[in-house]
Design a protein around this ligand. Structure first.
Ligand code: SAM
Ligand code: GLN
Length: 284
């Protein structure tokens, strides 16, 4: 049987809808465009084109994996962040639009210093935060740390992809352990922040991301305590600590920063008014 792009999309969208997938048509289009190596727009331009059997089989395989809860970004191997198409694998958290807030904020802080600057990204994952900052701030250099060597491979790939690999050093280890003796103008982190007990209540998509990237300990705040306590030793005077936080964590994290001696501690909100970032300065 000969099947057109339009019919293929319609039947996949129906299957995804029946399984309760949130954005069925979009997912089907992104996956088919991936298989055909074309833009989504082309699927409309060529709607009546008949698809070769091998493409249909490949597409159906991806749809089946999507139906099992595999996120689209892992199926296509890419996710856009800060306007850059990052490579992703199931070894890294899929970069979220929410994380652009902390990325832009730290980037602007470093840009305003108007000199050569250094920063550390703790728990770099795909490298989304530090690679984006380096791409936009040419006078910046960075140390990126992750406890997962597999994640670091993806971050290194992205650093090369966006030509910032000459300004970034990668370290595998536990938070600040590999950074002994180094001093930064800023430290940024989007640490794991989901309370351990909530991990199994997450959507199937999020559950297919690495637990290591999500598990923030019993109350979700383990990494914020460690960041607040350890960062001052690694910051220049006036240096910035900025972290992404989960829903309802901002005021507790703000208190942790204040108690650790940070000044000008502030909470930043995202475009929907949700508290997303806590930042503070090391006293001069
Ligand atoms: N920065 C990326 C982003 O915003 O998309 C990834 C953030 S993900 C929420 C947290 C990252 O922290 C994961 O890549 C995880 O492997 C890493 N991580 C977890 N425990 C760590 C530790 N003790 N030391 C360093 N990195 C750690
Ligand atoms: N933003 C992710 C989520 O809520 C969690 C990432 C993290 O723990 N930093 O699904």
């Amino acid at each position: 049987m000969k099947t057109s792009i339009n019919e293929t999309l319609k039947s996949a969208t129906r299957r995804l809808t029946d399984s309760g997938i949130d954005s069925p048509r979009l997912d089907a289009e992104v996956l088919l465009a991936h298989v055909l190596n074309c833009r989504r727009l082309d699927l409309y331009v060529d709607a009546e084109k008949i698809l070769p059997l091998e493409k249909i089989l490949r597409f159906n395989e991806l749809i089946s994996r999507r139906l099992e809860g595999m996120p689209v970004a892992y199926l296509t191997g890419t996710r856009e962040f800060m306007g850059l198409k990052f490579s992703v694998t199931p070894d890294v958290l899929i970069p979220r639009p929410d994380t652009e807030i902390v990325t832009e904020f730290v980037g602007e802080f470093l840009r305003a210093l108007n000199r050569e600057v250094t920063f550390a990204d703790i728990g770099t994952g795909s490298g989304a935060i530090c690679v984006s900052i380096l791409k936009f701030i040419k006078l910046a250099r960075s140390c990126a740390v992750d406890v997962s060597s597999k994640a670091l491979e993806v971050a290194e790939l992205n650093a090369r992809k966006f030509h910032v690999d000459d300004r970034i050093e990668f370290f595998c280890g536990d938070m600040f352990a590999p950074l002994s003796g180094k001093i930064f103008d800023a430290i940024v982190s989007n640490p794991p922040y989901i309370p351990t007990g909530e991990l199994e209540t997450l959507q199937a998509e999020v559950q297919s991301e690495p637990t290591l990237a999500l598990d923030g300990g019993t109350d979700g705040l383990t990494f914020y305590r460690r960041l607040a306590d350890a960062s001052p030793k690694f910051l220049s005077s006036g240096g910035l600590l900025a972290v992404e936080v989960g829903i309802n964590q901002a005021s507790t994290v703000k208190d942790l920063f204040t108690r650790a001696g940070f000044v000008d501690v502030e909470i930043l909100r995202d475009l929907s008014g949700i508290e997303r970032v806590v930042c503070g300065r090391k006293i001069s």
